[in-house]
Design a protein around this ligand. Structure first.
Ligand SMILES: Nc1ncnc2c1ncn2[C@@H]1O[C@H](COP(=O)(O)OP(=O)(O)OP(=O)(O)O)[C@@H](O)[C@H]1O
Ligand SMILES: [Mg+2]
Length: 336
């Protein structure tokens, strides 16, 4: 069965103009497709551009270049009125459930607000009924409706944020580190809730995280970002079994393995140096300054995003046949 593409991101760039001719390349030429009903994870260390990518896809930021095609429409090309109705279909859940809820509004007001804005449901009573239903859907109850955000625990607040995101019956939800502010014991509950809701409502998720071990459990496919670039993309199982990109290999080797024998025997890839600045990124491959396999070509040419194996994409010269055959470049400095 051919999978239906719900979201297509083509060569998306988001640069921030910092003044004095300084430009920060937060997202630099990223392309991928998300299928209907899947959970697509994006991982990468702090500052690599995950949130900026999510916000630009949502339309919260203007794009610098590229396309975000949702249900066959480029959302950045929509007129205001069309944009408004598009927002019913795509919602976002944020990392900090406290900061994202208005402290002066009751839970009832918080969850019914998007319905009012979009003029859904005829009466206040209908909206209230819907809020009660949503509270139940996320594991809260109608008694919670008249309380304020500060009266809840972190996990409960995130449930309120999820109920609000669901209020307009969206098709697609971008969850930007929705559990990283929560206690470990509560994280699994919220993840389970998101998974249950996905099944019940046929939702599609873009799930942003910097913790690879967690994202593995829930994602069908995972994309790895580094310094504004996507470096690898494949199914979760494939990514863990045979990561291709040296950066993914390093990220994975940092996850402890519970078995002490395996843990002791395996080799850890430790990245040298610090994350370079996205204001002045390295030439060619942005990862080359920390890559254990960097070659001459890596500073000269940006690696192309290619399907190295079936449904396994990578941007790395090591997997570019032409480069590795030495047709284009002399490979004298290989594997320093
Ligand atoms: N509004 C903004 N103006 C200028 N620079 C920004 C803005 N938002 C983000 N950046 C910069 O863009 C880069 C990417 O930031 P972003 O928040 O997307 O990273 P992230 O991967 O979500 O990190 P984290 O894991 O810490 O949330 C960073 O260098 C950040 O400083
Ligand atoms: Mg972020």
């Amino acid at each position: 069965m051919k999978q239906q593409v719900l979201l297509e991101v083509n060569n998306l760039k988001k640069y921030f103009n910092l003044g004095k001719n300084e430009v920060l390349k937060a997202v630099d030429d990223v392309s991928f497709k998300i299928h209907k009903g899947e959970t697509f994870g994006i991982v990468g260390e702090s500052g690599c551009g995950k949130s900026t990518a999510g916000r630009t896809i949502m339309g919260l930021y203007d794009r610098t270049a590229g396309e975000v095609v949702f249900n066959n429409q480029d959302i950045h090309a929509l007129k205001d009125k069309e944009k408004f109705s598009f927002h019913r279909k795509m919602q976002m859940i944020f990392q900090d459930p406290y900061a994202s809820l208005n402290p002066r509004s009751t839970v009832m007001e918080i969850i019914s607000e998007p319905m009012e804005v979009h003029k859904l449901y005829r009466s206040k009573k209908d909206r209230q009924k819907r809020v009660y239903q949503l509270l139940e859907d996320v594991g809260l109850n109608r008694d919670h409706a008249n309380r304020y955000p500060h009266e809840f625990s972190g996990g409960q607040r995130q449930r309120i944020g999820i109920a609000r995101a669901l209020a307009l019956d969206p098709e697609f939800i971008i969850a930007d580190e929705p559990i990283s502010a929560l206690d470990v014991s509560v994280q699994a509950q919220v993840v389970n809730l998101l998974m249950r809701l996905q099944k019940e409502k046929g939702l599609t998720y873009l799930f942003i995280a910097h913790d690879l071990s967690m994202v593995k459990q829930i994602s069908d496919r995972i994309a790895v970002m580094y310094l504004g670039n996507m470096v690898e993309l494949t199914t979760s199982s494939q990514l863990y079994k045979s990561p291709l990109h040296p950066y993914t290999q390093a990220l994975l080797s940092a996850i402890p393995i519970p078995d002490p024998d395996i843990e002791d025997a395996r080799e850890r890839v430790i990245l040298k140096g610090d994350l370079p600045s996205p204001i002045n990124p390295p030439s060619g491959c942005v990862f080359r300054t920390r890559c254990p396999h960097a070659m001459d070509v890596c500073s000269q040419k940006k690696p192309v995003w290619q399907e190295a194996e079936d449904s396994h994409f990578v941007a790395c010269h090591l997997y570019n046949k032409e480069v590795m055959d030495g047709k284009e470049y002399d490979q004298t400095a290989a594997a320093k």
